[in-house]
Design a protein around this ligand. Sequence first.
Ligand code: ASP
Length: 334
Amino acid sequence: MNHPIKFQPGYLSLFFLTVLFSCQQTVEKQKVAEAPAGKIAIVIHGGAGTIKRENMDSLLETAYRQQLNTALDTAYSILESGGASCDAIMAAITLMENSPLFNAGKGAVFTATGENELDASIMSGSDLNAGAVAGVKTVRNPILAAYQVMTNSPHVMLAREGAEQFAEEQGLQMVDPNYFKTDRREEQLTRIIKKEYGTVGAVAVDQQGNICAATSTGGMTNKKWGRIGDSPIIGAGTYANNKTCGFSGTGHGEYYIRAAAGHDVSALMEYKELSVHEATQAVMDKLSAMNAAGGMIALDNKGNVAMPFNTSGMYRGYKREGETAVVKIFADER
Ligand code: ASP
């Protein structure tokens, strides 16, 4: 007995082509339906901690505000001219890494043995691609090395000498380890001083609705034994997903790793449908319950920005389409 389909492969191909075409139509339709409002936005932080108005020298305060404004303006102009969110945040973070004010790049904190060991990571929310470097001592801008790991290697995280060798092969600027040393951070190692996490981070959404997030740090003062914190760990200190948000954390990194802070914010938005404000606050509350000090920045694909923290201050700021830039330091500026 003849089987009508078996002997007519033409029908079969037609059937599969029709199915394929209608699937593609559905994907296209979903893409359009999911398209964001199209507002570009950038949010940055320069670390949280015991940052009090009464202890802050006015010249230093001005320098911080200026540096945050410059980083915001630089990143925003990239987004405004149609640039990618990853390029915008790398520009902001590179500026902060080059500034001795922050615990990232030049001005990073000292390890127990008087060295500077730097960590950085970046994640692209459009394809969940990510890159990170940990414990590098000679890469001038660790964030650029993290980006190279994401885009030019089959890996997500490279550490120490291997990461340095890779960065050099990618043509990045290498420096003598002494380049990172500043008197201010050396003094912090020898004195018991106020707890301050000066890690830098940035999250942006571009005209295509793509979110990118990144974090760069020297880690924690007096760290020992090759300690790596949350900043280079995807899902802890950095996370991005176009469907939910981009995230960058600052604070006592061990707790951010244990709380899987960045991924937790994203998961609360994806599975519980919380807003970016509700999700970041929920994770901030979880960290506070663990006695963890710190803060976080996040934004969603509509440009909604959240910047919660549980310390007396956090260097922070954002700029959204059609609005002037906002820069804040102290908790009472909320
Ligand atoms: N989170 C960083 C770390 O634990 C420190 C910081 O935020 O400054 O390495």
